[in-house]
Design a protein around this ligand. Structure first.
Ligand SMILES: *[C@@H]1O[C@H](CO)[C@@H](O)[C@H](O)[C@H]1NC(C)=O
Ligand SMILES: *[C@@H]1O[C@H](CO)[C@@H](O)[C@H](O)[C@H]1NC(C)=O
Length: 197
């Protein structure tokens, strides 16, 4: 190699190295910590909902959230709503990352067009027994359990921030949101000791 060519390679290498390192680290330096998960229902007279339960696991270290519900009658056509907001201190406006209402049956079958929703449905596969197609049957306990978002699945996250997520299921036929869940979480920096190898 001529000295000049070698120099060029060294320069290219030195320029690429910091970027590459940043990319690799950005994903692993953060984790999502769940603080709270609660839910509510509009179905106060129990027209379609038999029971529901939501909460978080007790272990503070790797806390997960869960949601369970049982319906009195099957629900086919429904809407799924999801909103992800990064709250910010005033006077800044909260940052709305996602705010969509979408066809629930399409989502169950993973035919949704929004990539983030498709990703979410895929991740959910591991944590829930939701049907792969409509309807939600009656007298079946549907659950999402042990859900913990692995930030490695997302594009690089590089800030610490609170994250508020709301999700809900609404029967079109009954015009009723049978369950809504509210998740409070934080993206936080992993401390050196906890960082996975
Ligand atoms: C969780 O949220 C509920 C409802 O907003 C609230 O009553 C409760 O105090 C919260 N718990 C924690 C630990 O923040
Ligand atoms: C979310 O979208 C709905 C309907 O498009 C809109 O009415 C609502 O204001 C939006 N919410 C936020 C927080 O942007």
């Amino acid at each position: 190699m001529k000295p000049k060519t070698f120099d060029v390679w060294v320069v290219i290498f030195l320029c690429l190295l910091p970027n590459w390192k940043f990319e690799a680290e950005a994903k692993n330096n953060f984790e999502m910590q769940t603080d709270n998960f609660t839910c509510s229902s509009e179905d106060v007279n129990s027209r379609i909902l038999k029971e529901f339960r939501c909460g978080i696991s007790k272990s503070a270290k790797r806390r997960t959230w869960h949601m369970e519900f049982m319906l009195k009658q099957p629900v086919a056509e429904h809407e799924f709503f999801m909103k992800i907001v990064l709250p910010r201190k005033s006077p800044l406006k909260d940052f709305v990352l996602l705010n969509v209402t979408t066809d629930g049956c399409q989502l169950l079958a993973n035919r949704n067009q929004v990539p983030l929703m498709r990703l979410g449905r895929n991740v959910m596969e591991r944590f829930s027994n939701f049907p792969k197609q409509c309807p939600f049957k009656s007298k079946t306990t549907y659950y999402i359990r042990g859900f913990r978002l692995d930030l490695n699945l997302l594009p690089a996250v590089d800030m610490e921030t609170p994250v508020h997520t709301e999700l809900s299921y609404r029967s079109k036929h009954h015009g009723l949101t049978w369950i809504s869940g509210f998740l409070e979480a934080r993206v936080q920096r992993l401390n050196e000791k906890k960082r996975p190898k």
